[in-house]
Design a protein around this ligand. Structure first.
Ligand SMILES: Nc1ncnc2c1ncn2[C@@H]1O[C@H](COP(=O)(O)OP(=O)(O)OP(=O)(O)O)[C@@H](O)[C@H]1O
Ligand SMILES: [Mg+2]
Length: 295
């Protein structure tokens, strides 16, 4: 199936997307990591992006966030064509992301990460003063404190707020990275495998916090996650990539019942009308999947 054979998910009745990728192609030498892939993220929604290892998910994040320049296609953020803008410009426009490999400043405490991120968006002069003369680090004001404490609470980071991130377990570091991204009060947040390295309890806590954030703060999430059940459970729309090609898109129910997806990845031969919430539970794409049969 080609990308053009996939029916579009954003019809006339849906609100203008906060983030849109139109016909994105990215090549690395002879490898086509993304071939003519389009997706769209409506405001205040959770959109899933799934597919096996090497499908092109992180490449799409690179293109959306501006770290990668697509060979073809356009990126729109809040209706503006940002294809030729820097990651910094997109961040100032409300786009935040986390990385598949956690990237943090090892010398800073958990709380300092969140305060700095908040200042990047809301108090740039204070940020520069803080960075130029670290000894003159300004104590957070009440508004910053409240914002940061809400995030620490939501992500279960209160106990480690004053600890340097160096040496923190991976699950905690991931939550710090998420907190840092949220501290910028983004309008859209790209999460690349946010639950990898978290135990079940941590994952549930963070997921609940994210769902709450979407509802209460009008943030949109584009979620890359190998646990299909999690993605199908929280997303309004799911995009499925395989070998850089968009093989399916639509509601979780549509994806559950999509024959190509079911045969290729879930190992289920025939659709179950109104497929149950548990379909795909425990399946982590890329682990022993029969990828390649759809390419
Ligand atoms: N910087 C790069 N240089 C060359 N090839 C790359 C680069 N980044 C990604 N690729 C290739 O592009 C394809 C898509 O990779 P990508 O990392 O986007 O996949 P993914 O869906 O995120 O996979 P995973 O689930 O393993 O994270 C793969 O074949 C990968 O090897
Ligand atoms: Mg990846």
């Amino acid at each position: 199936m080609t990308a053009s054979a996939v029916s579009p998910v954003d019809g006339l009745s849906t609100p203008a997307p906060i983030l849109r990728a139109d016909n994105i192609t990215v090549r690395f030498g002879g490898i086509t990591a993304l071939a003519d892939v389009s997706l769209s993220v409506p405001p205040a929604s959770i959109v899933g992006l799934v597919g096996p290892n090497g499908a092109g998910k992180s490449t799409m994040f690179g293109a959306l966030s501006g770290l990668l320049r697509p060979n073809r296609g356009r990126i729109y953020l809040a209706g503006r064509d940002v294809t030729d803008t820097t990651p910094q410009t997109r961040a100032r426009m409300g786009l935040a992301r986390t990385f598949q490999q956690v990237e943090l400043f090892l010398g800073l405490t958990v709380q300092e990460h969140l305060i700095l991120a908040h200042r990047v968006r809301y108090a740039r002069q204070r940020l520069w003063a803080d960075l130029i003369d670290w000894r003159a680090w300004r104590a957070p004001d009440p508004a910053e404190t409240e914002h940061v404490e809400t995030l620490l609470d939501m992500l279960g980071l209160n106990d480690v707020a004053s600890e340097p991130v160096a040496g923190l377990p991976l699950g905690v570091a991931r939550r710090v990275e998420m907190g840092r991204a949220l501290a910028c009060s983004p309008t859209v947040l790209l999460l690349d495998e946010p639950f990898s390295g978290l135990d079940v309890k941590e994952s549930e806590q963070v997921l609940a916090g994210l769902v709450r954030t979407v509802k209460e703060h009008d943030v949109s999430l584009l979620l890359v996650e190998h646990d299909v059940a999690v993605v199908l459970g929280v997303s309004t729309t799911v995009y499925v990539l395989d070998f850089g090609i968009l093989i399916a898109s639509g509601t979780p129910e549509h994806i559950r019942n999509d024959q190509t997806v079911r045969t290729a990845y879930l190992g289920i031969e025939s659709p179950t009308p109104g497929g149950s919430e548990r379909d795909g539970a425990g399946v982590r794409w890329g682990q022993g999947s029969t990828r390649g049969s759809t390419g």
